[in-house]
Design a protein around this ligand. Structure first.
Ligand SMILES: C[S@@+](CC[C@H](N)C(=O)[O-])C[C@H]1O[C@@H](n2cnc3c(N)ncnc32)[C@H](O)[C@@H]1O
Length: 316
């Protein structure tokens, strides 16, 4: 009991009641650890009854915390999907600044539910923290891309694509997904070790296809091109249309991001949205460097702003 009482959420929840009891001089931190077996005055037994009731509530809360942790905590190779209200409020402020949408709260809640649902249903994981993923999912459709052709460079397990498909549907957009990723069982990141994923699932085409099916993306709405975004053959195949949304989330080196930005310039429809993942993230300095360098020279992309750790560009 005493160790549980020392956990932050429990402390917060019960602090007012414990303060009241302490203020009456009838309870100390030690008392909360022992059973109220002694019989005392009527006042004492009232205090003990209150302590017993608190203990029951702590037990119930411990149960709640445990399964919340199993479902949404960062166990099992996935990220923590329990955003605080402060994080959500901050994210909404950023979304408002980039999109001009005054109240994005409902959109944020809907997208959050999709992340949880799609990750629970599929295998592997969505890469990135909850704020980063939510920022991309909410901001992109609110920027009203000119068409529903979505290109994702770097998909990992495809679960983010499933969520983006859901977002497009949510806004009545007739979407089509194009995905390019080497899909060689491990995540490729130049300059970093390419070990197996912490979720335990292989980064492979069968896993990707299974996830797209589990995530509710019909086969006819998606095409998968195995390979690197710099492969001439992959580029040729994927350059057959003008995209309304391009998500750059593949090779995170400065050269890799620059190459993807240069390619994206040639692929986008006027007014298209380019989402540049991990922009401003100190773990991936190459992304920010490449974006800054590219934007200095580019007259095709306008920088709209950033939300969490993604930059949003609009094609002229
Ligand atoms: C950060 S993960 C993508 C995460 C995914 N978009 C998500 O949100 O869950 C990066 C992926 O890009 C792949 N990748 C690396 N270099 C690439 C390239 N040049 N072209 C396409 N994909 C690449 C990696 O193997 C990995 O699957």
């Amino acid at each position: 009991m005493s160790s549980l009482l020392s956990t932050a959420p429990v402390k917060r929840l019960f602090a007012p009641a414990l303060r009241r009891l302490e203020a009456r001089g009838r309870i100390t931190a030690k008392d909360t650890a022992k059973s109220p077996t002694t019989t005392g005055s009527g006042h004492d037994s009232g205090v003990h009854a209150e302590v017993a009731e608190l203990r029951k509530q702590v037990e119930a809360l411990r149960y709640e915390l445990h399964y919340t942790e199993l479902l949404f905590g960062d166990l099992g190779g996935r990220g923590n999907r329990r955003p605080t209200s402060k994080q959500i409020a901050h994210l909404e402020k950023e979304i408002r600044a980039v999109t001009g949408v005054e109240s994005p709260h409902a959109a944020v809640v809907q997208a959050y539910r999709s992340i949880v649902e799609v990750e629970l249903r599929g295998v592997g994981r969505i890469a990135g923290g909850t704020m980063n993923v939510l920022g991309k999912l909410v901001t992109t459709p609110l920027l009203a891309p000119p068409n529903g052709q979505v290109l994702e460079i770097g998909t990992l397990f495809g679960l983010f694509s499933c969520c983006m498909a859901r977002q497009m549907t949510r806004y009545g957009v007739d979407y089509r997904l194009s995905i390019v990723d080497p899909l060689v069982d491990v995540q490729i990141q130049p300059g970093r070790p390419n070990g197996s994923d912490r979720s335990g699932s292989p980064v492979s085409e069968p896993v990707l296809r299974a996830n797209l099916a589990l995530g509710g993306v019909p086969e006819e709405r998606v095409r998968i091109r195995r390979g690197y975004s710099t492969d001439p053959a992959a580029r040729a195949e994927l350059s057959d249309r003008e995209y309304g949304v391009v998500i750059i989330d593949g090779d995170h080196t400065e050269e890799g991001v620059r190459a993807d930005l240069e390619w994206a310039e040639k692929l986008v429809a006027p007014g298209a949205i380019v989402v540049l993942d991990d922009y401003g993230d100190t773990k991936w300095p190459g992304v920010t460097k490449a974006a800054e360098g590219h934007l200095q020279d580019s007259d095709r992309f306008e920088f709209l702003g950033s939300v969490a750790t993604s930059a949003f560009l609009r094609a002229t």
